[in-house]
Design a protein around this ligand. Structure first.
Ligand code: UTP
Length: 297
């Protein structure tokens, strides 16, 4: 199979759980440490050689397009002031070498529907989906996507899904997969997905983790997946794939890799602190500040 070169980043959701922060700005543009969430996602794609990126965008999401545009006014201003370090920061934010494309999901009808908007962009190619509100941390850069693409090309399933080992209540926030073979060893075949199970119902400790590789057959599965409360879920579409008899595999995040979802304020606060505490310039003083603050609580 040809190497995978295309990625789809859905960013069209309304971010209602993070109101009022998301009233007039995209959730995907909220800063985590120094960078907006979606910049981490694009850097992860760039690092794995995925240069053609389609954003599925929507209402009030223009700031994402602006963020990756070149900004001659800023370059001129920073050059005039000889602020070379900031020029580097600006250059990194513009993700040089990447090609960005945009399609609008006019009504946010769920993640499955968002992915369906990528049909023309994808054509007959295998492609990556990376959720625009989730960071995968793995030191400087995680090679999760590389492992997923390798597994996908080696086994040829209809979908390869990243999963993270979680415990307790956290597990119930996501789709949880039921393996059909021994899950030890980093990747395994999947028998089913249960959406947001109670702890007793969870078929394994493996929760779906915001990164996917798909064959274009996913578009047929999305078409055949009924809406629930006006939305087509991506986990439901993967279930449809399984019902169609198409194989699906999972790749497990390594213990040193972590997924940070910017879905609600609880997970956002944790993500911000995690990255801010590791900031080379301000991390040490933030750690002192936190020690004092936590001591006073
Ligand atoms: P979420 O379901 O976490 O985001 O989608 P949301 O719908 O914006 O959040 P709430 O529930 O209203 O608080 C995960 C990712 O998928 C995108 C979102 O923008 C987010 O990056 N998404 C979601 C779409 O592109 N379209 C949709 O219809 C739904």
């Amino acid at each position: 199979m040809a190497p995978i070169e295309k990625a789809v980043v859905p960013v069209a959701g309304l971010g209602t759980r993070m109101l009022p922060a998301t009233k007039s700005q995209p959730k995907e543009m909220l800063p985590v440490g120094r960078k907006p969430v979606v910049q981490y996602v694009v850097e992860e794609l760039a690092h794995q050689g995925l240069k053609d990126v389609l954003f599925v965008t929507g209402w009030k999401k223009r700031a994402i397009e602006d963020h990756f545009d070149e900004s001659p006014e800023l370059v001129e201003r920073l050059t005039g002031k000889r602020q070379w370090r900031l020029l580097d920061v600006l250059n990194d934010a513009q993700a040089p070498g990447m090609n960005f494309y945009y399609v609008r999901q006019r009504t946010p009808r769920g993640l499955g529907d968002a992915v369906a908007h990528a049909r023309r962009f994808v054509g007959k190619d295998q492609f990556v989906v990376a959720l625009g509100d989730a960071i995968i941390y793995g030191g400087a850069y995680s090679d999760l996507l590389r492992r997923m693409m390798d597994v996908h090309l080696r086994h040829g399933p209809a979908a390869t899904v990243a999963v993270e080992r979680l415990e307790g209540e956290e597990l119930g926030m996501y789709g949880v997969v039921k393996p059909s073979e021994d899950p030890e060893g980093g990747d395994f075949a999947l028998a089913d997905i249960v959406e947001k199970p109670s702890p007793e119902e969870a078929p394994s400790p493996f929760a779906v983790a915001a990164r996917y590789v798909f064959d274009p057959i996913i578009f047929q599965a999305i078409e055949r997946t009924p809406q629930v409360h006006g939305e087509v879920g991506l986990s439901h579409a993967i279930r449809t794939l399984l019902k169609m008899g198409a194989p699906v595999r999972c790749v497990v995040l390594r213990p040193e890799e972590r997924r940070f979802d910017i879905g609600n304020f609880g997970s956002y606060f944790k993500a911000f602190l995690f990255f801010a505490l590791r900031d080379p310039e301000y991390g040490p003083s933030l750690r002192d500040f936190l020690r004092r603050e936590v001591g006073g609580l």
